[in-house]
Unconditional design. Structure first.
Length: 229
């Protein structure tokens, strides 16, 4: 069975975490939430990743984004592991909860089982996945990484910015986009509508097809407009 992917509903499971029991939907609430899973505690790449999540936690908080870790060990193991994570990462505190799943039940219900990896006892472990869950409790974006490659937190921040801006306006972000750079106007917006929606104007790429679908507008103006009004 494939794992969670874009458009799927996040199952409203009750989970045990380092912050106590909670229902997933209650934790997400009206916020964006990053759910990131790891094969097990006291593993090298995962230790650096959870530490970097802690280091970036204020940046995610500025965007109204919650963090929720997941690893197939018990709560006591998680809490001992957190000591290593914080020590390695210059003391940045792990303030987000980490889900425990020692019986390997949740990974099955969440369809997050790694098809190839097993632990020392031969049991299946979670895939190294990162899901961005929207306030509607749906998966908005999903990354799946091999055990050998750590996540890039700047990229996670970038896609959060993209998702949040696109959800408020009929725009999308082009390749290699960074906050403040021009965005593209959705094809569903006619030129007449675009003139009303984007009074700052827009530029249309001159393409061999002569079609005017590639339209760029100043994203900075959009952000200022939101702030003022």
């Amino acid at each position: 069975m494939p794992g969670l992917t874009i458009g799927d509903d996040l199952p409203n499971l009750e989970v045990e975490t380092t912050h106590g029991k909670m229902k997933l939907h209650d934790y997400v609430g009206d916020s964006y939430t990053i759910l990131f899973s790891h094969p097990g505690d006291f593993t090298p790449v995962c230790t650096t990743e959870l530490g970097m999540m802690a280091a970036y936690s204020s940046k995610f908080a500025e965007r109204g984004v919650k963090l929720l870790g997941f690893s197939c060990d018990d709560v006591h193991s998680h809490k001992e592991w957190i000591k290593d994570i914080e020590s390695y990462n210059n003391g940045h505190k792990v303030t987000y909860p980490i889900i425990a799943d020692p019986k390997r039940e949740l990974i099955k219900e969440l369809n997050m089982v790694d098809p190839d990896e097993t632990d020392s006892s031969g049991q299946k472990v979670p895939s190294r996945a990162l899901h961005i869950v929207g306030p509607d409790k749906k998966i908005r974006l999903s990354f799946l990484y091999p055990a050998s490659t750590g996540r890039n937190m700047d990229e996670v921040l970038r896609v959060i910015d993209s998702l949040q801006k696109a959800s408020k306006h009929k725009i999308a972000t082009p390749a290699n986009w960074k906050p403040g750079e021009p965005v593209v106007i959705s094809p569903s917006v006619s030129n007449e509508q675009a003139k009303e929606m984007f009074p700052q104007g827009y530029d249309t790429a001159n393409l061999p097809s002569r079609k005017d679908y590639l339209r760029f507008t100043n994203a900075l103006y959009i952000y200022i407009y939101i702030y003022i009004y």
